[in-house]
Design a protein around this ligand. Structure first.
Ligand code: PA5
Length: 439
């Protein structure tokens, strides 16, 4: 499998400084290596999902079983780490406009409790059920008690029950074993897929959280895991120059220390926008912390932002090239973009924009990317480049695994725990209190 390429000549951090910082990461690289032999016992357990054949076989069996129902629509009910990875991979591989291309199975995501969103989903799905076609609900929640997920599940379950006597066959619950949701699924006879205990939401895309819905949609989940495995092996290399996660984490940390605490992901592919949203959660939730590992108040964090090329050049380029020097940019592009669409030669239109006659859209997009990089270079705005060979499962798997291990290394450099989210619990607790009518 062709590896993604990382270029950091324009990162504006001298190589000896990068390697010096990377030296500090070595104990954490050791810990990730050790985690490889600890199954699901360590916080870094997500790195072992890639080799879990038993889990993969269970997921595949459930997919086969549910495909026999010939579902016309899948609704993934989950939020945050329980759906962002799925959306990211689905849109990257199948395209953002997938549902409009008359696929055998549509996919819809019920995340927030916005009544307009859920009503729209019901308006799309009810006619399918009325035709006596089948609809699957995949309710995904690690804790099993997230307010939004449970509320949406109950509404959609209620709809399903009106049309299907055997409604339990159309529900798959993905959650922690022995959570309340798990126990309910067992009691009601829904299929249940387990999220290994130490695998947290934002590190769970390679668990049944992502694998079940993605495999159901026909995405090659084994290739996704193979890509991730190839990257994981590179990211535990003790030879730091060959370790992409250590290199990028060191560059990011050097800039953070210099006051650049914004990390912009500039994807030159519309289909990768949701991959950006997945990255945003991973970095924000893992690294934004009130206390460090010694219990001292530090209030640290890196603010991730997402931009899409070339669309957002018409929105944010002024700020990025004229505003404060507070960002490190990562340009992400795809080497092999298909299909090869060309601008047709038409004499009478040639004057509108010169130099595009006969060129492919990919060539034009590349020219815009090169132009943007050159402008950044001239302005001494630091950037890293990640070039994906293509938009295949293997490439996306590599990218996601890179970001997850890089985040673990950044957590080490910032001396924070990248696996918890104590402050997210603050609003969840308050919401539960308000809804329960407590003072
Ligand atoms: O990454 C995380 O831990 C969070 O974003 C959770 O995934 C999110 O809050 C949803 O939680 P749960 O999966 O328990 O429903």
């Amino acid at each position: 499998m062709e590896s993604l390429k990382i270029l950091y000549d324009d990162a504006l951090v001298p190589k000896d400084q990068i390697l010096k910082i990377a030296e500090e990461i070595k104990p954490e690289i050791e810990r990730v290596r050790e985690a490889l032999s600890k199954g699901y016992e360590d916080d870094r357990a997500s790195v072992n999902l890639l080799d879990d054949e038993e889990m993969l076989n269970t997921v595949k069996r459930t997919i086969e079983e549910k495909l026999r129902l010939e579902p016309k629509c899948l609704i993934v009910i989950g939020i945050g780490g329980s759906n962002l990875g799925t959306i990211a991979v689905q849109e990257a591989i199948l395209g953002k406009l997938y549902n409009l291309s008359s696929p055998p199975m549509n996919v819809l995501y019920a995340d927030t409790v916005d009544p307009n969103l859920i009503y729209s989903i019901m308006k799309i799905v009810e006619p399918v059920l009325r035709r006596d076609d089948n609809v699957l609900l995949n309710v995904v929640s690690k804790s099993g008690i997230t307010t939004e997920t449970v509320a949406n599940f109950r509404i959609l379950l209620d709809m399903l029950r009106k049309y299907k006597k055997d409604y339990k066959d159309y529900i798959v619950a993905t959650c922690d074993r022995d959570s309340k949701l798990w126990n309910l699924a067992v009691k009601k006879g829904f299929a249940a897929l387990e999220i290994p205990r130490k695998v947290g939401g934002r590190y769970s895309v390679f668990s049944p959280v992502g694998l079940f819905p993605l495999g159901l949609l026909g995405i090659h989940i084994r290739d996704l895991l193979n890509g991730a495995r190839q990257m994981r092996n590179a990211c535990v290399d003790m030879d730091l120059e060959r370790n992409p996660a250590a290199i990028i984490a060191s560059i990011q940390f050097a800039h953070y220390k210099n006051g650049k605490n914004i990390s912009d992901f500039f994807f030159f592919s519309s289909d990768l926008e949701s991959l950006g949203k997945w990255c945003r959660q991973l970095i924000a939730e893992s690294l934004g912390k009130e206390f460090n590992r010694n219990g001292e108040r530090v209030n640290v964090g890196i603010t991730p932002t997402i931009s899409i090329g070339s669309t957002d050049l018409h929105s944010v380029a002024q700020l990025y090239l004229g505003g404060p020097y507070d960002k490190l940019t990562t340009f992400v592009s795809i080497k092999d973009s298909r299909p090869p669409l060309h601008v047709p030669g038409m004499d009478e239109y040639s004057d509108l924009v010169q130099g595009i006659d006969g060129k492919s859209l990919k060539e034009i997009l590349n020219a815009i990317l090169e132009g943007t990089k050159e402008a950044f270079r001239k302005d001494k705005r630091p950037f890293i480049e990640i070039s994906l060979p293509d938009k295949s499962e293997g490439s996306i798997g590599q990218f996601m695994q890179l970001k997850m291990i890089e985040t673990m290394y950044l957590g080490h450099l910032l001396n924070v725990n990248p696996f918890d989210q104590p402050d997210v619990e603050k609003y969840k607790r308050e919401t539960r209190r308000i809804l329960a009518g407590e003072e």
